[in-house]
Write a new protein. Structure first.
Length: 288
C-alpha cells in the first residue's frame, strides 16, 4: 500500500532553539512552513534567532536554498515565544528538541497537546522511550522524529513508532520528513532505536581503544573513514555531538540493555573536566 504524500506543514513549531532545534526550524522554513520556536526566556530566544538566521544565510551563500528564495524571506516566516500556550492553534507539527530528560519532554508535550489540539507531537530524542514520553498524553499523536546534526545537511530521519501511535500520524510524519528532503527509516520503540544504539556501541569501543593506547583518536577515525567508508570517524563525531550527550545516552543504554554500553572512564573524566567536544573547544580533538 502506498504511503500518502504530504506537503510541508503550513504551521510548525519547534520547542528548543539550540543546535538541533535551529536546524529543524531551518529545514521546515526552507520547505515552506511558517515556524514558531519556543524557548525558555528572551535571551534564549535571541540566541535561537541568531542561530537560525546564520544557518539560513550560510545556505543562501552556498546556493542551498530553493530557487528564488532568500534567507531574509524565510526569516520573515519565523516567530518566537516563551510560553507554549501562545503557539498557533492550527500547528500541524510540533517537534521538541529540548535536553534529554524524560519529565521535561513529557511536560513540553502535555502543554503542547492543549495549545495545539491537532498537532502531531514529535520528539527528536536520540534514546529515550517514545512510549514513556507518551504515557498519560494523547499517545496516538506522539511519535519519534530523530533528526541528525547538522540537520540541513544530513539526509536521514529516524521515525520511532510506539505501540499507541496512529497510522495516520506515521503517514503524516513520513510525508513531512520526505517533504523536507529527508530519507526515512522506521524503527520500533526500543532502547537507542537503531542509529543511537549502533553509534554508541562503536563510539564507546573507539573511546576504550584510545583509553587502552591501541591507537590515537586521529588514526582510529582515519581507519573507519578509509577502511569502512564512514564520512566521519566515531571520535570526531563524538566531539561534534558532545561528549556529555554521548555519556548520557551511553548511561541510559547501559541501564536498559546491559554493561556492554557502560561508558569508559576516559569519557567520564573528559566530561568532568569540561572537555565536551567542539562546543567547548576541546574533546578528543582541539577545536580552538
Amino acid at each position: 500500500m502506498s504511503v500518502p504524500q504530504y506537503p510541508a506543514p503550513q504551521y510548525a513549531a519547534v520547542v528548543g532553539g539550540g543546535t538541533m532545534g535551529a536546524g529543524i526550524a531551518h529545514v521546515l522554513l526552507a520547505a515552506g512552513a511558517s515556524v514558531t520556536i519556543a524557548e525558555g526566556d528572551d535571551a534564549l530566544v535571541e540566541a535561537a534567532r541568531d542561530r537560525v538566521g546564520a544557518s539560513l544565510r550560510k545556505a543562501e551563500d552556498r546556493g542551498k536554498l530553493p530557487d528564488g528564495v532568500t534567507a531574509a524571506a524565510l526569516v520573515d516566516r519565523l516567530s518566537f515565544c516563551t510560553d507554549l500556550s501562545s503557539l498557533h492553534a492550527d500547528t500541524e507539527l510540533l517537534v521538541e528538541a529540548v535536553p534529554e530528560r524524560l519529565e521535561l519532554k513529557r511536560q513540553v508535550f502535555a502543554a503542547a497537546a492543549t495549545a495545539c489540539p491537532a498537532a502531531v507531537l514529535a520528539s527528536n530524542t536520540s534514546s529515550l522511550s517514545i512510549g514513556a514520553i507518551a504515557e498519560g498524553l494523547p499517545g496516538e499523536r506522539v511519535i519519534g522524529m530523530h533528526f541528525f546534526n547538522p540537520v540541513p545537511v544530513q539526509k536521514l530521519v529516524e521515525l520511532v513508532l510506539h505501540d499507541g501511535v496512529s497510522p495516520e500520524v506515521v503517514a503524516k510524519a513520513r510525508g513531512w520528513a520526505e517533504a523536507l528532503g529527508k530519507t526515512v527509516i522506521e524503527v520500533r520503540d526500543a532502547p537507542g532505536f537503531a542509529t543511537s544504539r549502533l553509534g554508541i556501541a562503536v563510539g564507546m569501543e573507539a573511546i576504550r581503544m584510545v583509553e587502552e593506547g591501541v591507537a590515537s583518536a586521529e588514526d582510529i577515525d582515519t581507519g573507519m573513514m578509509l577502511g569502512y567508508g564512514w564520512p566521519m570517524g566515531p571520535l570526531r563525531l563524538t566531539d561534534q555531538v558532545g561528549l556529555d550527550v554521548r555519556l548520557s545516552i551511553a548511561e541510559h543504554l547501559a541501564a536498559e540493555l546491559g554493561p556492554r554500553f557502560t561508558p569508559p572512564n576516559l569519557l567520564r573524566e573528559k566530561v568532568e573536566r569540561g572537555e565536551l567536544g567542539r562546543k567547548t573547544g576541546r574533546g578528543f580533538y582541539d577545536w580552538e
